[in-house]
Design a protein around this ligand. Structure first.
Ligand code: GDP
Length: 296
């Protein structure tokens, strides 16, 4: 992941690091190259502009630290700002609400929503020793509920028994009741996806949210769709107020634009990343590690 950006920036920074003294034009040239590299990584232009301006501002105001070369200093400024743009610190899921804590999973079809629901449920069970119930509210896609049931069996997490013909809000209410009577710690709700954002989908998600008061409303977005993933997140956040993003298919995303711009555009943190199809291919999103990986 991030190969393209990492290679491009690696070259720029190698050159900077080797220089003893930096002229203004060296820095300007480096900024130009960073700008091109970010645009090639599919980061939206306004985000790139803000990034470059912020880095320039910091670089100008900075006193030269004796122990590091000017080149290293620019690298450090870029690194620190990249970490900031990625969200700063690791953001964990909020599980402190009264049980059952509801986690609502939303997103477009094919984004990896059902897979991520099961991955997160498994993580709660294994790492936090939580008793988890999952329910699929996807009545639009045949076999969606069955898909979650099979994944539940695979990861050893209970799923709500399927009742054919029941509508999403009713399933959600039944799930909440089952979670209460079964003394579950966490209830994960996997909502229906659509191929694109439409009014019906938004109304459905909002109705489920109102019926269940989730502690987390997580948008699942496919990193490989780049700026589309960011726009999807922005629109979902406007309509249903997200608490975080799960960015999937990071493993196949060589450009990294969605990961880079998500926080800046939506104001929402990436909380988890999907790094493969397997049920344990889920990681916390560490801005510093990602920045380190990009800058080499
Ligand atoms: P949904 O329609 O949003 O529920 O999508 P699914 O959960 O059914 O996922 C669609 C496909 O993406 C499946 O084949 C998953 O195995 C795959 N998938 C999900 N997350 C990841 C990921 O992080 N990396 C990779 N490589 N594949 C993923």
């Amino acid at each position: 992941m991030f190969e393209g950006l990492s290679n491009r920036l690696g070259e720029v920074f190698d050159r900077l690091r080797k220089r003893g003294a930096l002229s203004e034009s060296d820095v300007a040239e480096a900024m130009r190259e960073i700008r091109v590299a970010l645009l090639e990584a599919d980061v939206a232009l306004p985000v790139v502009k803000d990034f470059i301006n912020a880095v320039k501002e910091k670089a100008v105001g900075q006193e030269v630290v004796k122990s590091i070369s000017p080149g290293q200093m620019v690298v450090k400024i870029v690194h620190d700002h990249l970490v900031e743009m990625l969200g700063g610190t690791v953001q964990t899921l909020e599980l402190r609400a009264a049980a059952p804590v509801v986690v609502l999973m939303v997103g477009l079809q094919g984004s990896g929503k059902t897979t991520s629901t099961a991955k997160i449920a498994k993580r709660f069970k294994d790492k936090e020793r939580k008793k988890v119930l999952m329910a699929s509210l996807d009545v639009a896609r045949p076999a969606a509920q069955e898909q979650l049931r099979i994944l539940g069996e695979q990861v050893g997490v209970d799923t709500l028994p399927i009742i054919a013909g029941q509508q999403p809000v009713d399933i959600a209410k039944r799930a909440l009741q089952a979670a209460r009577t079964g003394v579950y710690d966490v209830l994960m709700l996997d909502t229906a996806g659509r191929l694109s954002i439409d009014e019906e989908l938004m109304l459905e998600v909002a109705a489920v949210r109102d019926a269940t008061s989730p502690a987390e409303t997580l948008l699942v977005a496919d990193a490989m769709t780049g700026q589309d993933a960011v726009n999807t997140a922005r629109i979902f956040h406007e309509r249903v107020t997200l608490t975080g993003i799960v960015l999937t298919r990071i493993d196949g995303d060589s450009r990294g634009g969605a990961a880079l711009a998500m926080r800046a555009v939506t104001g929402q943190p990436i909380k988890l990343i999907g790094v493969g199809e397997k049920m344990d291919a889920l990681e916390d999103f560490h801005p510093d590690r990602i920045a380190g990986r990009i800058l080499g």
